[in-house]
Ligand binder design. Structure first.
Ligand SMILES: [Fe+2]
Length: 310
C-alpha cells in the first residue's frame, strides 16, 4: 500500500532541525501524492485518564457514545443524548474532545509547517462503534471504497485532510485503499459519470437544498460549486457500483493499536472493514497551500474539464 511509515525517533530528529527543513516538505508532498502517512506510535498521545474515560464510557453507556462530533469553531459537542446522559459525563467527554482537537492541530502546525496553517479546523469525531457488519445504507457505508465529500458542507476545492488515532487497546483498525485519484476518475468519467461542468444548473443544487429547508441565504456555504457537485457524485457512484467494488485494485492495511495515520480522504479511495474506538480530526486545507498544488483534486479536475470549477 501506499503507506509511508514514520517512527517517533525520525519525527523527533526532524522536528529538532526546525520547520523549514526539506524532510517536512517531502512528507507534505508524499501526503499530497495520495499516500497515507502512518505513525506506528501516535505523535499525539491521549492522556491516560482521557483514554480510560473514552473506553470505559463506551462499554457501559452506548447512549452516551454513539456518533460523537466536536465542532471546534463553536466549541460544541453533538451526538450525545443529553436527556439520558449524566451531565457530568457529557461535560467530561466535551473536555476530552476539546483537548484532542487542540492537540492534533498543535502537532500538525509543526508537521505540516509549509502550509502555514492555511486550513480550517473542521470537526473532530469519536467512533466507538465496531465497523465490521454495521447496518447502514449504501451511501453511508464505510466499508465500501469511496472518496470523501460532504453533502451539506461543500469545500469549494479545499482539501479534506483527516488525522486518525486507533485507541482500541488491542485490535487493529483495518483499511483498504484504492488506486490514485486521476485513475479512479478516469474509470468513471466520462461514461458512468459526467466530467465536471464549469457552470450551469448543477452549481445550484446545494443552494436548492438550503432553500427547500427554509434556510435560503442564511447558509450560502451550502452552495455546491461544480467541483463539489462532481466530488459528491463520485462518492455516490463509487459506493453504488458493485462491479467496481468487486473488481477494483485494492490494498489492505492494518493500523496498530495506539497508532495514528493521516490521509487526504477526498482523493484517496478508502474503506474501513473492521475496528472499534477511533478518534479523528478533520482539516479543510487551502489547495493553494500545497507543496505540489498541481496534485490537488481541483487542479486535476480543472485540467480535465479545461475550465475553472470553483
Ligand atoms: Fe471516508
Amino acid at each position: 500500500m501506499s503507506v509511508q511509515s514514520i517512527s517517533s525517533e525520525e519525527l523527533q530528529n526532524v522536528f529538532a532541525v526546525g520547520a523549514g527543513n526539506e524532510q517536512i516538505r517531502n512528507w507534505c508532498a508524499t501526503l499530497e501524492a495520495g499516500q497515507v502517512i502512518y505513525f506506528p506510535r501516535t505523535p499525539v498521545p491521549i492522556p491516560p485518564a482521557d483514554l480510560e474515560t473514552l473506553l470505559a464510557g463506551s462499554q457501559t453507556d452506548s447512549r452516551l457514545h454513539k456518533n460523537i462530533a466536536y465542532k471546534p469553531n463553536r466549541d460544541e459537542l453533538t451526538g450525545v443524548d443529553e436527556k439520558t446522559s449524566p451531565p457530568e459525563a457529557v461535560r467530561e467527554l466535551h473536555a476530552i474532545m476539546r483537548r484532542y482537537s487542540a492537540s492534533v492541530e498543535e502537532f500538525l502546525s509543526r508537521f505540516l509547517a509549509p502550509y502555514q496553517k492555511r486550513w480550517t479546523l473542521d470537526y473532530a469525531s469519536y467512533r466507538p462503534i465496531e465497523e465490521q457488519g454495521r447496518d447502514l445504507s449504501t451511501r453511508r457505508r464505510n466499508d465500501l471504497l469511496h472518496t470523501d465529500a460532504f453533502p451539506t458542507r461543500p469545500t469549494k476545492g479545499w482539501r479534506i485532510l483527516r488525522f486518525f488515532h486507533n485507541i482500541h487497546p488491542t485490535r487493529t483498525r483495518d483499511w483498504v485503499t484504492g488506486e490514485p485519484f486521476a485513475k479512479v476518475v478516469g474509470h468513471f468519467a466520462p461514461g458512468k459519470l459526467d466530467l465536471p461542468q464549469p457552470d450551469g444548473a448543477l452549481a445550484h443544487v446545494g443552494k436548492g437544498i438550503a432553500q427547500s429547508v427554509g434556510l435560503g441565504k442564511l447558509v450560502p456555504q451550502w452552495k455546491r460549486t461544480p467541483y463539489d457537485e462532481f466530488m459528491m457524485q463520485l462518492h455516490n457512484t463509487m459506493k453504488e457500483d458493485s462491479a467496481f467494488q468487486e473488481s477494483c485494485v485494492r490494498e489492505e492495511f492494518q493500523f496498530a493499536p495506539g497508532s495514528s495515520w493521516m490521509v487526504y480522504t477526498e482523493t484517496v479511495p478508502h474503506a474501513v472493514l473492521a475496528g472499534q474506538y477511533a478518534l479523528e480530526q478533520t482539516f479543510l486545507v487551502d489547495p493553494a497551500a500545497m507543496v505540489t498544488p498541481e496534485s490537488a483534486p481541483v487542479a486535476v479536475l480543472e485540467k480535465m474539464a479545461g475550465a475553472r470549477l470553483v
